[in-house]
Design a protein around this ligand. Structure first.
Ligand code: B12
Ligand code: SF4
Length: 526
């Protein structure tokens, strides 16, 4: 279905909403790229689209969102990740329907992709779910809704018809939106986005699509399983660097975050990009969120020097566990010793921070294996002073993953209602009740590692370097409490662990904060 946009005097407006995020959203606020991609085709065809980001107004979003709605609003689309954004999306749906029940509420994003039926069964106010990539499906859904038709046979669109749920299978191919078609103008204030402690103007983008690996906890293999052919497609170097140049020149970006699942499957790909960035003389820092130990093993010091010289400021590495058995279970294709060896290599290039991701509480994981993770974290920090231990993810089974099946076998019952999804907050220290394999001993160890991870590497000093109230507070806590946390972590001591309730309280408070990432040096004077 590819009719031109029908313009009516009646309902035609689309409002795309990014809900408040969980705890990690207090530290990282990327541009709502999913919404820009989703609206790309619609904007190109002349539809009226607005973006509203609740994260920029955490306390007043209801009133501000209500002000954006009127009798011409046809669709409110919400981008939903698993965890507390599900509850937020549910609140947005209720608010919209209270305002006007004729507005169509559409859920999309990673959570919607894996849970369309559960959403439609439990969220009365959600009318349609888009499963998978958004641009084409949302365009076609809009075309149906604007002329009052049922969105029959639209790949990826799922909806209720009476008491049954109708789903048309999605198109199984990678979505690639040309950078010229990304409607960047829908975002009015780029200074509002970034990472805590950075006063950079950060733009996230892809350099490659997909991922060829099969880590058993991750949603990506499930997402790409049925896509025929290669599972990792590097974008053309010229195109990637044209995109970088475009955001640098048009939007004064000075930090580009490659949000690829994995950028380094073929080292030549990244090498091509950094060479071309250098050749064009673009002044921009780089971050890569997808790097694997088996890939770092292949990187030479010359390659790493080049990455640093090109302005690479941070690289994220999935270490996940200090236990070789767990590393094998999650198919990381490496051992704990490999991680240490790669870490020592990365330590020789300290200008580039290395952020390690970890996971705790996988099905069958024992307390001893968790201690091995704790020991690995301590060794990483000892060997590489500019490493950062990311807040470890408490394992939560993601639908369609191999570990999900193992979790079900191990007695796990998945959530259904929005409030149950709240318990899914991966980085929070609450709610392990639905994971029956987590013993009291493991739970204590997980809590200890979680709290310790904030202090193990002095990240407050490395990351929260700005002058905002929250950053000053974080540094103060690091100075006063940090030594105790590190001592507890090293010794596995959880006696009188009053830090845990304090942490839970602080985590909740942090969510309603809007840290100021504003880049004053870089402000565009309109
Ligand atoms: C940036 C990012 C974050 C940021 C937040 C996002 C932001 N904008 O600031 C932060 C750091 C806070 C974050 C946190 C987490 N993240 Co994250 N994150 C990402 C990342 C790297 C990029 C997201 C992005 O912009 N993608 C690009 C856009 C174009 O893709 P997209 O959002 O999927 O949108 C497409 C479709 O989903 C759909 N769509 C999206 N929104 C909408 C809306 C409508 C109306 C429609 C119709 C369609 C639609 O259309 C879009 C275009 O095709 C992805 C990995 C990736 N490469 O996508 C992981 C990813 C989304 N995160 C993931 C995970 C596991 C997490 C965490 C749970 C754990 C963790 N610590 O990483 C937390 C928890 C978040 C929470 N509950 O609050 C998983 C997905 C989990 C899930 N089921 O939700 C991903 C896919 C990584 C992975 N492979 O494991 N994340
Ligand atoms: S964790 Fe990373 S490397 Fe592994 S499958 Fe997911 S995206 Fe790919």
């Amino acid at each position: 279905m590819n009719r031109p946009i029908v313009r009516t005097k009646g309902r035609h407006k689309i409002l795309l909403v990014y809900p408040l995020q969980g705890g990690s959203g207090a530290f990282v606020r990327h541009i709502p790229l999913g919404l820009l991609y989703t609206s790309a085709k619609l904007v190109k065809q002349g539809a009226f689209v607005e973006i509203f980001d609740c994260r920029l107004n955490p306390r007043t979003w209801r009133e501000e969102l209500a002000n954006k709605l009127d009798k011409e609003t046809l669709i409110v689309g919400i981008s939903v990740m698993t965890g507390s954004p599900v509850v937020q999306a549910s609140k947005i749906g209720e608010m919209v329907k209270e305002f006007d029940s004729h507005i169509n509420v559409v859920w999309g994003g990673p959570h919607a992709t894996f849970n369309p039926n559960s959403i439609l069964e439990n969220e009365e106010t959600c009318d349609y779910v888009v499963n998978g990539y958004g641009s084409e499906a949302f365009f076609e859904l809009y075309q149906a809704l604007i002329v009052g038709e049922q969105p029959r046979n639209i790949p990826g669109v799922v909806y209720r018809d009476g008491t049954s749920i109708v789903a048309t299978p999605r198109e199984e191919e990678f979505e690639h939106i040309k950078y010229e078609d990304i409607p960047y103008h829908l975002i009015s204030d780029y200074d509002a986005y970034g990472h805590i402690g950075h006063n950079n103007r950060t733009f996230s983008m892809y350099s490659a699509l997909g991922c060829p690996y099969l880590c058993t906890f991750c949603s990506s293999p499930a997402e790409y399983r049925d896509i025929p052919g290669k599972k990792w497609i590097p974008l053309e170097v010229q195109e990637v660097v044209d995109h970088v140049e475009y955001v640098v020149k048009e939007y004064r970006a000075n930090f580009v975050y490659f949000i690829d699942d994995d950028s380094f499957v073929n080292l030549k790909h990244v090498e091509g990009i950094i060479d071309e960035i250098n050749r064009r003389g673009l002044k921009v820092k780089l971050g890569f969120r997808g790097a694997r130990i088996n890939e770092i093993k292949k990187m030479t010091d010359v390659f790493l020097d080049k990455l640093v010289a090109a302005g690479t400021n941070i690289i994220h590495v999935g270490a996940e566990s200090g236990s070789d058995r767990i590393l094998k279970l999650i198919k990381k294709d490496c051992t704990a010793e490999d991680i240490l060896e790669c870490n020592r290599k990365l330590a020789r290039h300290p200008e580039m921070k290395t952020l390690y991701n970890f996971m705790m509480g996988a099905p069958t994981e024992t307390a001893e294996e968790l201690k091995a993770t704790r020991d690995l974290m301590l060794a990483i920090v000892r060997d590489h002073p500019n490493s950062i231990i990311g807040t470890p993810n408490r394992f939560r089974p993601l639908k369609n993953t191999e570990l999900y099946d193992l979790a079900i076998e191990s007695g796990y019952t998945p959530p259904s209602t929005a409030n149950e999804w709240l318990e899914y907050e991966i980085e929070s220290a609450t709610g392990t009740d639905s994971l029956p394999w987590i013993s009291e001993e493991i739970k204590k160890m997980m809590d200890l590692i979680l709290i310790g991870s904030y202090f193990i590497d002095r990240k407050a000093i490395k990351v929260a370097t700005g002058n905002s109230a929250i950053e000053k507070f974080v540094r103060l806590v690091d100075n006063v409490y940090g030594p105790i946390a590190r001592w507890r972590l090293r010794n596995g001591n959880t006696k009188f662990f009053i830090e845990l309730p304090i942490y839970k309280f602080a985590n909740n408070v942090a969510k309603s904060f809007t840290p100021n990432f504003e880049s004053k040096k870089n402000k565009i004077i309109a």
